[in-house]
Design a protein around this ligand. Structure first.
Ligand code: SF4
Length: 441
């Protein structure tokens, strides 16, 4: 079999479109020249002047980042309505182009969505965007059953990104420790066993490597699984290597944890998910706060009020319902399977720092849930005493919307090299990771 044909599909992951229209909100959909010509031909009998005027705008190509380079083939983006909906989205939440001219009339990126592919040394790994409701709900047929269709999406992906080559030749277990691809895959196999979705068929006995699988009959919380996976990875590190670097910064480790959480929370899960897009992480203030943290790390809950982050974290969230736990597990599983958390798949972080960054994203979701509860109580005028507050049950929809927001941010993320280097060092630490997970408990 040609390498080109090797398509590797995650087990237990399903998708069908729920028709909710959510995917057609807010996204800056990039458009190729041939998309543009095809769509404008469907827009006739508009005049030349009208065609393209309200439906497209030229993409800002000034940035030369890797993310921007990936979009070289896309000279336009779709224009939005004032409320952020795509101009082609009808009141019935249907795509005008799809409904009237067939699926292939839509922009290529809309045809590709929500499928994603990562090219790795041993094939193309399929995945899905968690911005789609069908993915959040894991609804529909399994991706394995849709293999033939996925092959057509992979062909489309290759056409859209012909020059996208990910360099996996320099992956590291931790900073300065190279890792061979074959050894990475062995470690990954164990990670995947931990987070294997309950919807995946059980594995055969020949895979018994002493790792407790999530669908092996023992229900572990996502936090326990994250800690288990962190231990598994750090056990690969020689005993004499200190990943914790506690003395590196002249600041208390807990204060540094709070600064990291505060800045990443603000970036990935801002209080208003739909606020003006901020594609770049605020490196300058982050760096300043790392070296000179404020006495109390605060989070804004309204224009006038802020709350100490440490206090909010003291609220106990506890176990989520089974569906929410499974959603968080599936999110982690898919990013590991798709290699979208380390190396060329994410910020060139080492495997350990990349995994801790991924686990941190789950912690951010949980901490944002605590904030939401606090914020809602504050809004309705309840005398808020955090010490005495108890978290009410969290709904699956709340968790799903946060994951959707997180995915949107991840899709446009640009960490500067400087921030990536800081995160590489800071998140290498298993102790820091355990403390941040504890903040989200
Ligand atoms: S072109 Fe159609 S599918 Fe694409 S964002 Fe607009 S409404 Fe949605």
């Amino acid at each position: 079999m040609e390498f080109e044909d090797i398509l590797i599909i995650p087990p237990g992951i399903n998708f069908e479109c729920t028709g909710c229209g959510n995917c057609c909100l807010m996204w800056p959909v990039p458009v190729t020249q041939s998309d543009y010509l095809r769509i404008t031909s469907h827009l006739e009998p508009l005049t030349d002047e009208q065609a393209g005027l309200n439906y497209f705008k030229e993409r800002d190509t000034a940035s030369s980042s890797a993310a921007a380079d990936k979009l070289n083939q896309f000279p336009y983006i779709l224009e939005k309505q004032l409320d952020g909906r795509c101009t082609f989205l009808t009141d019935e939440l249907r795509c005008h182009l799809h409904e009237n001219f067939g699926e292939t009339a839509k922009p290529s990126m809309c045809q590709l969505f929500p499928y994603t592919f990562t090219e790795a040394p041993d094939g193309f790994y399929a995945g899905l965007s968690f911005a789609a409701s069908g993915v959040l709900f894991n609804s529909g047929r399994s991706l394995e059953e849709q293999r033939d269709f996925l092959k057509t999406r992979l062909a489309l992906f290759k056409r859209l990104f012909p020059n996208l080559r990910l360099d996996w030749s320099t992956i590291q277990l931790y900073d300065g420790q190279p890792l061979k691809w074959v050894d990475y895959l062995l470690a990954e196999k164990k990670l995947l066993r931990i987070f294997r979705p309950l919807s995946a068929p059980p594995e055969g006995d020949d895979d018994d490597d002493g790792v407790t699988t999530s669908n092996g009959g023992i229900a572990l919380t996502i936090n326990k699984q994250l800690l288990m996976a962190s231990t598994l990875l750090t056990e690969l590190v020689p005993k004499e290597v200190d990943l914790d670097h506690e003395n590196l910064l002249d600041v208390s480790p807990l204060q540094t944890d709070l600064v990291i959480v505060r800045h990443l929370l603000d970036f990935f899960l801002p209080a208003d998910t739909y606020a003006a897009r901020r594609d770049a992480f605020g490196a300058h203030v982050f760096k300043q706060h790392l070296t000179q943290p404020p006495d109390i790390v605060q989070m804004l809950i309204s224009n006038e009020t802020s709350v100490p982050l440490a206090q909010i974290c003291r609220l106990k969230l506890g176990h989520l319902d089974d569906d929410s736990e499974e959603l968080l597990r599936r999110f982690v599983y898919c990013r590991i399977f798709g290699k979208l958390y380390f190396g060329a798949g994410f910020g060139h972080l080492s495997v350990i720092s990349g995994f801790h960054h991924l686990g941190l994203l789950v912690a951010l979701v949980r901490i944002r849930l605590k904030f939401l509860h606090f914020y809602n109580s504050h809004k309705v005028g309840i005398n808020v005493n955090i010490i005495e507050m108890k978290m009410p049950p969290v709904s699956f929809v709340e968790v799903a919307e946060l994951i959707r927001g997180l995915e949107r941010r991840l899709s446009s993320l640009q960490y500067s090299k400087e921030v990536a280097v800081s995160l590489q060092v800071l998140l290498e630490s298993p102790l820091r990771f355990a403390r941040i997970i504890a903040l989200s408990e």
